[in-house]
Design a protein around this ligand. Structure first.
Ligand code: BG6
Ligand code: MG
Length: 265
């Protein structure tokens, strides 16, 4: 079936790679954090400095599990609040309460605006499926399953390791590689024979740490350099540039031969 190809599995991030939901997340995070920072200005006299996309979302929140993203941004501003518990009511002044507040904002936008996909990613996924390559989705999001259901893509993946599965299995989130390695383990595919596709800095860091055969970064945000510097083997602006499954195989071989001198078969 897939003997014509040197790689055995492709594991896709979802938000910003398959679906255009990365910006929905970013907008929900900004709404929640700006409200919280304004509250701190009012209550503690801390001067308000807004949550920005380039300086806050991309380095501290993008791609990470919900509470890890909250913690990471608060640490960057030296704000200390209790971690709390995932059952905390939205808006409670804990890491979990703030994360849960953001989830309300995210789901409001999802409900009102729906979900769009990247056609080039879907075309590649369909081609890979036909060729018998194992397909994984590795997303930090606890909303992964409902988002994929909305665009009728859930059934296409042979493995889904998302925020919900990660909590159940107690996996470390991105930038650790666990959710990608877990997908490979489910397939019984060696990490060196798998390709990771990611749009976030934390995601390409995970790809590098997991020593996958190829980590492709998608620079949707004019952030090619950050992705290259943090572990992407190659960066494109859209998967259209790859040249389908044949192009992907060529890139996989080229990269593996260039970096290791070994043929991965
Ligand atoms: C990632 C997104 O996929 O999931 C982040 O890139 C998001 O922006 C994270 O914060 C967690 O998502 P959720 O839906 O579990 O809050
Ligand atoms: Mg993403």
């Amino acid at each position: 079936m897939n003997s014509n190809f040197s790689f055995k599995a492709v594991i896709f991030d979802m938000d910003g790679v398959i679906t255009k939901t990365a910006l929905t997340h970013a907008a929900a995070w900004k709404k929640m954090f700006d409200e919280y920072l304004l509250k701190r200005e009012k209550e503690h006299g801390e001067p308000f400095a807004e949550f920005t996309h380039a300086a806050d979302y991309l380095p501290y929140v993008d791609g990470k599990p919900r509470y890890k993203g909250v913690q990471s941004f608060l640490d960057s501003r030296a704000i200390q609040i209790p971690f709390g518990d995932p059952s905390d009511s939205p808006g409670t002044e804990t890491v979990c309460g703030l994360g849960n507040q953001k989830n309300i904002a995210f789901n409001e936008v999802l409900e009102n605006e729906g979900v769009e996909v990247y056609p080039s990613t879907i075309a590649l996924i369909n081609e890979l499926k036909k060729a018998g390559i194992k397909l994984g989705v590795a997303s930090s999001s606890k909303n992964c399953k409902p988002v994929l259901e909305r665009v009728d893509l859930l059934h296409i993946f042979d493995a889904r390791v998302d925020g919900v599965v990660s909590a159940e299995l107690d996996l470390h989130g991105k930038p650790e590689p666990d959710i990608f390695t877990t997908a490979c383990d489910i397939f019984g595919v060696k990490y060196a024979q798998a390709i990771v596709v990611e749009d976030a800095v934390s995601g390409v860091q995970a790809g590098k740490k997991g020593k996958f055969g190829l980590t492709i970064g998608i620079a949707r945000e004019n952030n090619r350099i950050e992705l290259e510097e943090n572990g992407a083997d190659l960066v494109v602006e859209d998967l259209e540039e790859i040249g389908g499954i044949k192009g992907l195989n060529d890139l996989f071989l080229k990269f593996n031969q260039e970096t290791t001198g070994n043929k991965i078969i």
